[in-house]
Design a protein around this ligand. Structure first.
Ligand code: 7TS
Length: 415
């Protein structure tokens, strides 16, 4: 049964931190249920951004002047803060700032995959991967002659672990697995998969785009070799994400992007690389965004990641309960009562997902419709598009009720 949302966190006061939630369309207050795509930004992060440009703005690592020094220290310390947030004991050396999860995935695929993979090698993914990993490893495999295999998703939306054990062999070099599915909401047993991978001397890359915002993460407890996340899905700004990597792996890999900042010494003939993590941060980095991301995780820690997880799970369970009232709604992913991330993808017999999201928009309810960048998974399920409501710490049961009422009206409209 869902826990009352107000039991653990003070939602009204959290909502006050997010000015965008006061916006109205057509006289209706916005109901923002597209948090798996991007989350909204609290004043604490907005103020950090404004303060940075008002007081500190300068390039990092290039000037001895005061502003540059202040910006450099703040940007470097942001790496330490993110490492701490994810339980990486190696600190900044294990925390690379990238643009987003997609870039983190590409970084490893290019920097590690291109040089390590060869014909006969295998990369194992799951049938519920987001395109950011699926397409990336698919293409790197094509270029290296490696083969890609997919762990089956069963009818209840869980990974088939027996199939995983069959697929992962000594030929497997890399397992790339989504931690929380952005379509099914399934929370995958990444620690177990890490153990299986390591038993075969393979590496594991965990796509944490949907888990990092929603639950406590300890990359060392998972024993992930790499862990990727996006700042904009965890109340941070766009343009900043990260890649945790075990230090010895990051030290051994070639750079992904070349240029300024990432070098140690350059001659006309050759170059050597800067120390970690700067070796992987070519050019002027996202300085303000990095500093604001540290403010974002301060904000999340203040609420408590356990509380956030509990709240999201409660909202997802409540949405599932409400959907159960209707015969013509199909929901995807783990059944009501089972743990899941804070999102529910669904489908109506009578109204196409795109039409539904348009009608919901008339009620100022924002949900996403489409394949959510998991096209092969939608092919497997046998639908071209689903609608998806995804929740965050500021959402309420009343907002889910508003969505359900709007869905009911859409149903009437389409007969
Ligand atoms: N992995 C997962 C599981 C995701 O959900 C997403 C984004 C990504 C990777 C890529 O993140 P990005 O920040 O690099 O774009 N997912 C979604 C979504 O579900 N709706 O919009 C973006």
């Amino acid at each position: 049964m869902a826990t009352p949302e107000s039991q653990h966190v003070d939602i009204p006061s959290i909502r006050d931190d997010f000015p965008i939630l006061d916006r109205e369309f057509g006289g209706e207050q916005i109901v923002y249920l597209d948090n798996a795509a991007t989350t909204q930004t609290p004043d604490q992060v907005i103020d950090t951004i404004a303060e940075y440009y008002r007081q500190t703005n300068a390039n990092v690592h290039r000037g001895l002047h005061q502003l540059s020094q202040e910006a450099s220290v703040a940007y470097e310390e942001a790496h330490d803060r993110l490492a701490e947030f994810f339980g990486a004991s190696g600190g900044r050396e294990e925390m690379i700032f990238t643009r987003n999860t997609t870039e983190s995935e590409n970084l490893v695929a290019y920097a590690w995959g291109l040089s390590e993979l060869e014909p006969g090698d295998e990369v194992v993914m799951t049938e519920m991967e987001h395109h950011s990993s699926l397409v990336t490893w698919q293409q790197i495999a094509k270029r290296t002659g490696a083969e890609v295999k997919y762990i089956r998703v069963d009818e209840d939306g869980y990974l088939d672990l027996e199939h995983a054990k069959e697929l992962i062999t000594d030929d497997t070099q890399m397992i790339s697995v989504v931690h929380v599915s952005n379509t099914l909401g399934t929370i995958n047993p990444v620690g177990t998969l890490a153990e299986i991978a390591h038993d075969h001397d393979a590496l594991i890359f965990v796509d944490g785009a949907q888990s990092a915002p929603n639950m406590p993460i300890d990359v060392e407890e998972i024993d992930a070799d790499f862990f990727a996340f996006s700042g904009h899905k965890m109340v941070g700004p766009t343009g900043i994400g990260g890649l945790y990597g075990k230090k010895h792996l990051l030290e051994g890999m070639e750079p992904f992007l070349y240029g300024g900042e990432m070098i140690s010494r350059v001659t006309y003939e050759d170059a050597t690389w800067n120390e970690l993590p700067w070796k992987y941060e070519a050019g002027t980095p996202p300085i303000c965004q990095g500093i604001a991301l540290a403010a974002a995780v301060d904000y999340l820690d203040e609420i408590g990641m356990e509380n956030i997880h509990r709240h999201e799970d409660a909202l997802a369970q409540y949405a599932l309960e409400r959907f159960e009232e209707f015969d013509d709604v199909t929901v995807y992913g783990p059944a009501a009562g089972k743990q899941r991330g804070g999102l529910v993808a669904f489908d109506l017999d009578t109204v196409h997902a795109h039409d539904l999201s348009e009608i919901l928009n008339d009620y100022a309810v924002a949900v996403r419709a489409g394949h959510h960048c998991t096209q092969p998974l939608h092919d497997k399920i046998g639908v071209t598009a689903t609608a998806r409501a995804s929740f965050y710490i500021y959402n309420t049961r009343a907002e889910i009720d508003t969505m359900i009422e709007a869905i009911d009206d859409a149903r009437q409209l389409f007969g």
